[in-house]
Design a protein around this ligand. Structure first.
Ligand SMILES: [Zn+2]
Length: 481
């Protein structure tokens, strides 16, 4: 859009357009909701830096960067704000006059014995209760004060949802929202972000021993009654394939149904035949029916990319999907796209389809879910998203908790979070990510009560198939391509 008058030209562009961001010199730049921008744009770099470069020719340039913050350490706006004089809005207590910033910790209800909708604010100094309606007097008497020494000519302002004027969302409304979020990490994150604060993700894995001690009584290979769908994540190693079969049920609960290690050289056909068999395997359900894998995500990383594409090419593209596991996209799963492939030394354009997966996002979520506590009383429901793990050995749990999120500052001074291996082997975590991505690509997290009911009925009424060989199931033979 170009809005031309005598004074200026307004150009609007999207953060996803490198061409748009590079197009012309800019004196006044306004970047909105920067926490939603992609990290890297068509491999041309950070869209924020690309845009700021456009202002370099103007001595009296102004750059506004605005956003609701998202995740601590991965939030651009937080990194930018930390580089400023960090202005905060101080307001006087109506009782004692003490100037203070409004902080969520001071909004109280439970410990005062009142329902959340009547939550009050306790003055940090005199500890008297301030009611939401009293903000009308406090806000006009407030002032912006710097709280840090930032770079010269750079100002930063932070205002949380607690400052909303009377008539907008009140402290009581926010307390109700917080109470509703319970212990659910996703809802707490949304609440914290709406407050105008970044959400601290648990980048520390829970101790493997804790998870080992609370493992469930069932054995790998046994399908639990709650399991109604199966996905699989496959990791390709130089002497074997590893597969984790994950079961999905209502309430976003999941089970690590089985782990298979298929020993063999991935450059040779045998190990892939074993994977053929896994793909058509019947998993007996306690209701009497059976289940098979709905979708399998196979990582192309490593030295056997072409073998993965060849194998995947022999199966239905809606069931077997080659993925790239460590992509930094702004979404958990990118759009599948065609890639070039080499077959018998010949390059084939659009030779295979590949789906990018941002493992980092899934790992944060998995570590949050692994921290959920099972119910103490029997027959009480498990928390939403609970990961059920049976009698696996200690190595399984050590691999599951093998990584840690660390904060690194790059050359440009921009802090970002990266996953770092604390143990050499981490296949279980990777496979849980891929199986989770497969489930998300099927839409399983959005399935509703009637969807689950339909699936449950179909499993119960479906008699188990006689175990089919790969050939009978219509799998192409190795070498037929
Ligand atoms: Zn006070």
């Amino acid at each position: 859009l170009k809005n031309r008058d005598q004074l200026s030209i307004l150009v609007m562009t999207g953060a996803n357009s490198a061409v748009g961001l590079r197009s012309m010199p800019v004196k006044y730049l306004f970047l909105d909701e920067v926490d939603g921008y992609p990290l890297d744009l068509d491999e041309e770099g950070d869209p924020v830096e690309l845009a700021i470069e456009r202002t370099a020719t103007f001595a009296r340039r102004k750059v506004f960067i605005v956003s609701t913050p998202t995740i601590e350490g991965r939030s651009r706006i937080q990194a930018e704000y930390e580089d400023t004089d960090q202005r905060k809005f101080f307001v006087p207590c109506p009782h004692c006059g003490h100037m203070q910033t409004l902080e969520w910790e001071q909004v109280r209800w439970t410990d005062l014995g009142i329902p959340p909708e009547q939550a009050v604010y306790l003055c940090i100094d005199c500890e008297q209760a301030i009611e939401n309606r009293q903000k009308t007097r406090m806000l006009p008497r407030g002032e912006w004060r710097p709280t840090a020494k930032g770079r010269p000519n750079v100002r930063g302002y932070h205002l949380s949802g607690l400052y909303r004027p009377v008539g907008w969302k009140s402290w009581g409304d926010m307390a109700v929202e917080r109470a509703k979020a319970g212990k659910n990490p996703a809802r707490i994150k949304s609440f914290v972000n709406k407050l105008g604060l970044t959400f601290k993700e648990s980048g520390e894995a829970p101790p493997w021993r804790t998870l080992f001690d609370q493992r469930e009584a069932w054995h790998p290979g046994e399908v639990q009654p709650g399991v109604l769908a199966l996905t699989c994540g496959v990791d390709v190693q130089k002497d074997r394939l590893e597969a984790l079969i994950v079961g999905w049920g209502r309430n976003q609960e999941r089970w690590t149904v089985d782990r298979r290690v298929l020993v063999g050289d991935p450059a040779k056909p045998d190990v892939w035949r074993a994977l053929d068999r896994l793909l058509v395997e019947d998993f007996r359900h306690p209701s009497g029916g059976s289940l098979s894998i709905m979708r399998m995500f196979v990582d192309i990383g490593g030295h056997f990319t072409d073998e993965v594409y060849s194998w995947a090419g022999r199966h239905q593209p809606s069931v077997v999907m080659p993925i790239m596991g460590n992509v930094r996209t702004s979404v958990p799963i990118g759009t599948p796209h065609f890639v070039e492939r080499t077959v018998n030394g010949k390059k084939i354009k659009r030779g295979a389809q590949m789906t990018p997966v941002n493992s980092s996002m899934f790992k944060s979520r998995i570590y949050n879910l692994l921290r959920l506590e099972p119910p103490i009383v029997q027959d009480e429901p498990f928390p939403e998203g609970f990961i059920h793990i049976g009698q696996y050995d200690d190595e399984f749990f050590q691999q599951l908790t093998a990584e840690r999120l660390v904060r690194r500052v790059n050359k440009a001074g921009f802090a970002k979070l990266e996953w770092e291996k604390e143990r050499e082997r981490n296949e279980v975590l990777d496979m849980l990510v891929y199986a989770g991505a497969a489930a998300m690509s099927l839409g399983i997290p959005r399935w509703e009560a009637e969807d689950w009911q339909g699936i449950e009925d179909s499993i119960r009424t479906a008699a188990p198939r006689p175990v089919a060989t790969a050939e009978e199931a219509g799998v192409w033979r190795w070498g037929s391509l």
